[in-house]
Design a protein around this ligand. Structure first.
Ligand SMILES: [Zn+2]
Ligand SMILES: [Zn+2]
Length: 344
């Protein structure tokens, strides 16, 4: 079967033929992949930005951690009646053996492995995942939309961390898929949402198409001027990973406002803490969502399919994965969905 793999440390990914998987180990299921999205993490891995060195021991490893598919076979200990179930899966797998796992604190597992990062992922026809990581999909949920579950759980967690409430004014920095998803979920909570980007016309246009009116492109208008008009904000959620934008936007945060960092920053940010103290503001970080968030997000996706479908900018066969990576890298894409196909 064809697989998009990280073969060696350094820049690049390879589309190569690998042996077809046809069974799952004990406790796991074999999923025939239908759709798998390319995300920022995949781009970082392809470019080999610092922080992914631990992947080296898993190479060659198939990438792809945002996916949907159908259970094609089950390993020992998993009920065979699950074959045919349409699922998505939490990519983060835990070991069940370390001190944290044994204490029931799986979130702090010291041997965590990500599907599509530390173990084989979904940019291929078949992937194995622990059955406990799977979430069943409602019949009416389109498989491409279902593959948005993982990134949308990151967005859901960000909106929860930021404590977004009805009637609040929220600024989302960065119109990539995570920023877009945060905007969508914050709006669904009744907030008034502004999204800011820089040189991001295709991605801001996608937001406009789903009804967002307050969009700021700082290549066209000075940032402070635009934010002064639209703010101040009860919460700012940062999903751009640009350190300088933290301090540059905090002056537009209300007293007692919450600044939530979601982007991965390659450098430290300099922040005026005196003003932060006097304004009684908070800075919070937000990362992986708890398992309970998954079914909530799946229900949201099922109820909002036509809107979410407009955030998938490219649908490509696996064989065209390289051009999908290129479009995502050039920020032309909102979300590239690789349609591996096969599932009913
Ligand atoms: Zn991702
Ligand atoms: Zn563990």
């Amino acid at each position: 079967m064809l697989a998009l793999q990280k073969v060696r440390p350094g820049a690049g990914v390879e589309l190569r033929a690998i042996e077809t998987l046809n069974s799952a180990p004990p406790g796991e299921v074999l999923v025939r992949v239908h759709s798998a999205g390319i995300c920022g993490t995949d781009l970082h891995i392809a470019e080999w930005t610092p922080g992914y060195e631990p992947m080296e021991s898993a190479m060659p490893v198939t990438l792809g951690h945002e996916f949907s598919g159908t259970i094609a076979d089950v390993g020992d200990g998993v009920n065979r009646s699950l074959i045919g179930t349409r699922v998505t899966a939490r990519p983060s797998t835990t070991c069940g053996k370390c001190a944290a796992c044994l204490a029931g604190d799986e979130d702090n597992c010291s041997n965590r492995k990500g599907v599509g990062i530390g173990r084989n992922g979904a940019f291929t026809e078949f992937v194995c995942v622990p059955y406990g990581n799977c979430h069943a999909l409602p019949d009416e949920l389109d498989m491409d939309i279902a593959a948005l579950t993982e990134p949308m759980t990151v967005c859901e967690e960000a909106v929860t961390t930021a404590d977004v409430r009805p009637g609040q004014k929220i600024l989302v920095i960065g119109p990539g898929f995570i920023g877009q998803g945060i905007a969508v979920l914050a709006r669904a909570k009744g907030a008034d949402v502004v999204v800011m980007g820089r040189d991001d016309a295709p991605r801001l246009t996608a937001l406009q198409a789903i009804g967002f009116e307050h969009l700021v492109d700082t290549t066209k208008v000075p940032m402070d001027e635009a934010l002064s008009k639209l703010g101040p904000f009860d919460a700012i959620i940062e999903a751009a990973g640009v350190p300088a934008l933290v301090q540059a936007t905090i002056p537009h945060l209300r007293k007692r406002g919450i600044f939530t960092v979601v982007g991965i920053h390659s450098r430290p940010a300099e922040i005026d803490l005196v003003s932060l103290v006097r304004m009684h503001q908070q800075i919070r970080g937000s990362y992986r969502a708890p398992p309970q968030a998954w079914d909530k997000v799946i229900a949201f996706l099922a109820a909002n399919q036509s809107m979410m479908s407009r955030l998938i900018s490219h649908r490509l066969p696996l064989a065209d994965a390289m051009s999908g990576f290129k479009a995502a890298h050039e920020r032309l894409a909102t979300k590239v969905m690789l349609q591996v196909g096969g599932a009913a």
